[in-house]
Design a protein around this ligand. Sequence first.
Ligand SMILES: *[C@@H]1O[C@H](CO)[C@@H](O)[C@H](O)[C@H]1NC(C)=O
Ligand SMILES: *[C@@H]1O[C@H](CO)[C@@H](O)[C@H](O)[C@H]1NC(C)=O
Ligand SMILES: *[C@@H]1O[C@H](CO)[C@@H](O)[C@H](O)[C@H]1NC(C)=O
Ligand SMILES: *[C@@H]1O[C@H](CO)[C@@H](O)[C@H](O)[C@H]1NC(C)=O
Ligand SMILES: *[C@@H]1O[C@H](CO)[C@@H](O)[C@H](O)[C@H]1NC(C)=O
Ligand SMILES: *[C@@H]1O[C@H](CO)[C@@H](O)[C@H](O)[C@H]1NC(C)=O
Length: 446
Amino acid sequence: MMNQRFLLSSPTVSLIIIIDLLSTFLCSNVILGQQLILIQLPGFKNRLISQRVFSVNDFGAKGDGCTNDTEAFRSAWDVACALPFRSRIVVPAGNKYLIGPIDFAGPCRSKIAFKISGTIVAPKDPDVWHGSNRRRWLYFHGVKHLTLEGGGVINGMGEEWWARSCKINITNPCRHAPTAITFHKCKDLKVRNLMMQNSQQMHMAFTNCIRVTASHLEVIAPTTSPNTDGIHISASTKVEIKSAIITTGDDCISIVSNSSKLRIRDITCTAGHGISIGSLGKYNSQDQVYDVRVEGAFLSNTDNGLRIKTWQGGSGFARKISFRDVIMENVSNPIIIDQYYCDSLFPCPNQTLAVKVDNISFKNIQGTSATEEAIRFACSESSPCEEIHLEDIKLFLSSGGITSAFCWEARGFSSGPVYPPPCFSCSESFIKEKSLSGNVLHSASR
Ligand SMILES: *[C@@H]1O[C@H](CO)[C@@H](O)[C@H](O)[C@H]1NC(C)=O
Ligand SMILES: *[C@@H]1O[C@H](CO)[C@@H](O)[C@H](O)[C@H]1NC(C)=O
Ligand SMILES: *[C@@H]1O[C@H](CO)[C@@H](O)[C@H](O)[C@H]1NC(C)=O
Ligand SMILES: *[C@@H]1O[C@H](CO)[C@@H](O)[C@H](O)[C@H]1NC(C)=O
Ligand SMILES: *[C@@H]1O[C@H](CO)[C@@H](O)[C@H](O)[C@H]1NC(C)=O
Ligand SMILES: *[C@@H]1O[C@H](CO)[C@@H](O)[C@H](O)[C@H]1NC(C)=O
């Protein structure tokens, strides 16, 4: 009884009790092909909804693009999240739902499919965020077994945020803007078949997540929009991103902090800053990114192609990273490792500590570079890059003419045809060492 009185203090939870009682009643007293549930919402007529699938419209959403539908989405989520069986929330096609910053919090009692077939738009005015976290718009956290899909559109309406960015106008204060969709501490997550447009800042971020599959995504924002990364992965493990087409003003895909076991496949990036690991080691942080495979990408007119960037003074490592089967078209820095990254108004002081970069391979990378320097490995003096492997590289200047490679404290080896010619230091002794240890291993195993 104590327990029940406590529960009844929240309208959402009392609603669930009604559902629970009713479903018990239905299951034990009536034989029905489908479970029926009474949804009782304040301000709405009692409704009998055939369960497992319900629309945000059932919770009062208007979908006219100007009514504030935030509360309806919140109610739909709260009900779905509390149901003891699998359910689906539908955002119907043909409608446009205006949603303010919102938390979709877990844990939930069972699996949820969130089917977005219509359009979700954010309020244009950044001042709506007053009193809310400026880094979030649609924020899913602590949820397991969520599927987000539906072929719909999520539009961050970022224009005003961009205008207020210090990257657009240096007189503006540097402040955060929301990531359109964040998944934080989610497990066994599937995201597929969605389009994202004009996010306030990043479009989609996975932070501290485990086991994610994201596929068939499209991301579009103007190339001049600041910090509008396509897909961002931070402190997450076992993440697979496949079949995505991304055109934005910043990184196509960015991978930071402690992330591992990532598989990135079949990615098209047109414009923006390319596929980036880092920045790592900012503010002397320790970051560990390892076991990352990027396989099958087409990069066109991007500022960078395949990039690893670290700040001086950091620690940790970027290790066991492979890029293969990539086609470049007029990319400005097709292959780049930069351990002197400094995205700041002031020059960054030289420091000896560095994030260790080793065992990085680039295999079958072909196409054209917009600049002569198609390969750049600018590694740390105190902690040089090691075991960089180049294989089957053909990068020519898009305007015709030769390309070159730049190395600073970069150690590695190449195999197969590699153009521009590699410039590793100590590469000969490294190869000797390598083949020697290879032979030793080989003979030992026989
Ligand atoms: C929209 O509705 C939510 C939830 O009721 C509320 O918190 C928010 O302030 C509303 N936004 C605007 C702009 O009225
Ligand atoms: C930058 O912002 C300042 C102050 O708001 C404004 O006066 C100026 O015109 C802006 N500059 C540009 C290039 O938009
Ligand atoms: C990454 O992991 C290391 C070691 O576990 C930890 O010290 C560090 O704070 C983590 N960094 C981030 C950004 O989570
Ligand atoms: C280097 O990374 C590759 C995967 O990219 C892995 O198969 C190999 O074992 C790693 N080598 C070392 C010495 O860790
Ligand atoms: C190639 O990229 C450069 C630098 O971004 C740009 O100026 C040039 O117009 C591009 N060329 C083509 C053919 O797209
Ligand atoms: C850091 O070191 C580089 C190379 O030795 C030098 O060119 C640069 O001026 C130094 N930067 C600072 C801020 O001391």
